[in-house]
Design a protein around this ligand. Sequence first.
Ligand SMILES: N[C@@H](CCC(=O)N[C@@H](CS)C(=O)NCC(=O)O)C(=O)O
Length: 200
Amino acid sequence: MPKLTLYHAAPSRSSITRWMLEEVGEPYDLHLLNLGKGENRSADYLAINPMGKVPALRHGDVVITEAAAICAYLADEFPRAKLNVPIGEPRRGLYLKWLFFGPSCIEPAVLDRAFPRKEEARRAALGYGDFDTVMDVVAEAVVAGPYIMGEQFTAADVVIGSGLRWGMMFKLLPERSEFTAYAARLENRPALQRAESKDK
Ligand SMILES: N[C@@H](CCC(=O)N[C@@H](CS)C(=O)NCC(=O)O)C(=O)O
């Protein structure tokens, strides 16, 4: 079985993928990088991720970067963990939408609010539209629960849940009851608890 190595710094976006690895339950190694010391800018690491960012995951000879892509990859690569919606199932469309919605809508909406532009962009020009619509759409998706795909916990919960938890922690997201209840359900997951205590 090819070895899994996570290039990691905690706390950071690579904690998303550590949670995912704990959900998958396969053994993995950690390669810790000190971002403060600029180890992510070393030539060795830039050869792994030319973006100079964590996370990166090595699986045998394959290197995957981008947190949501790593979560999607792991879910498909280790189907026994039942963290994906397999190709061929109609629900896969919705599952993929949520995997992409994290990095393409939630994160930019939150970061634009944290670091406002000098000139407001037109709603039509922004891929996420506007902050309030993004929040309303996510709130509606998680309110019924327990998870974003209903009864099945998937990689999409790792991505969306991490974004919501991070945003609320830094007071960049409204603490809506839909979000706090969803976050509380996620925080009951042993894999998230393990990832957090190992990161500490
Ligand atoms: N789009 C990337 C973003 C990764 C990212 O921004 N990582 C931050 C840590 S949260 C990082 O490596 N920062 C160090 C730097 O840019 O110098 C992803 O989702 O994986």
